[in-house]
Write a protein that binds this ligand. Sequence first.
Ligand code: FAD
Ligand code: NAP
Length: 229
Amino acid sequence: MQARLIEWTEIAPGVRHFVFEAPEVLKLDFVPGQFVSFSDRIGGKEITRAYSIASAPSEGNQFELCLNRVDDGAFSPHLFDMAPGESVEMRPPLGLFVLRQPLRDTVMVATGTGIAPFRSMLRAYLNENSPAFTLLFGVRYESHLLYREEFEDLARRFAHFRFWPTLTRPGPGWGGRTGRVQAHLAEAISGRGDVDICLCGLQPMVDDTRHILKDMGFDRKQIRYEKYD
Ligand SMILES: Cc1cc2nc3c(=O)[nH]c(=O)nc-3n(C[C@H](O)[C@H](O)[C@H](O)COP(=O)(O)OP(=O)(O)OC[C@H]3O[C@@H](n4cnc5c(N)ncnc54)[C@H](O)[C@@H]3O)c2cc1C
Ligand SMILES: NC(=O)c1ccc[n+]([C@@H]2O[C@H](COP(=O)([O-])OP(=O)(O)OC[C@H]3O[C@@H](n4cnc5c(N)ncnc54)[C@H](OP(=O)(O)O)[C@@H]3O)[C@@H](O)[C@H]2O)c1
């Protein structure tokens, strides 16, 4: 099926929020946390890359992505060259990085564009009656806190949602958390063995954090992760 670009917005240096539609279907079915795969022929080679859906399922065929431009990358610069109205070949949503049902209190750990599936989950699941969610989000600079206003707004509206951004290269004006996500993990879990943990980002963060969780005694079924590389 085709994905047609409707619009994009730059939300941080080198990071864009894209709105696509799948014109061949009336409704795009997916579970929050799943990804789509885009393919195109670049330099004579067929290249396929996965992208987590950043929006919640809706009644329609639109969906949103959050993409980092990898400067020397084979595919992401090609997507950044797309103009509204242009299309790319897409395979429908799939993936196992979804919350366990029934939902339970969950700590979500993201770095960089690893925030995308958590935005989808929170938009879909966070409400007055939902379990408690903590979003621990690590980036280098304050300007890279993707969707910051949205998450801050959710944290104001829902006492059982905690948004914990942390910067590894903070500027002098930053008064919030600092260091990598691992530095705040134990506090986010606060000794509870009954929470689920979801991790999304590049491999080093996911691997390091999984080791820590294993040492803390978490069971494999309580931990879900998606590695971007
Ligand atoms: C299930 C899944 C979901 C994904 N969802 C997203 C998403 O929502 N947003 C997104 O931007 N990427 C996402 N990715 C990564 C994406 O598929 C591509 O790997 C990325 O766009 C780089 O592709 P490229 O061809 O430009 O770079 P390549 O030529 O493949 O170069 C790969 C290099 O880029 C690094 N890299 C990969 N992804 C990123 C990234 N996001 N930020 C910085 N460096 C990266 C790798 O470590 C590696 O060094 C996802 C990957 C998987 C497997
Ligand atoms: N994000 C962007 O806006 C952007 C745009 C264009 C290009 N790039 C380039 O793309 C590459 C990756 O970009 P990114 O910043 O989105 O992703 P990233 O490398 O995953 O960095 C995001 C955050 O994760 C931290 N991190 C790195 N390794 C970790 C680990 N093992 N455990 C826990 N946290 C870890 C980083 O801290 P450290 O500061 O310690 O690394 C940073 O705070 C970089 O080379 C970057 O320069 C990024």
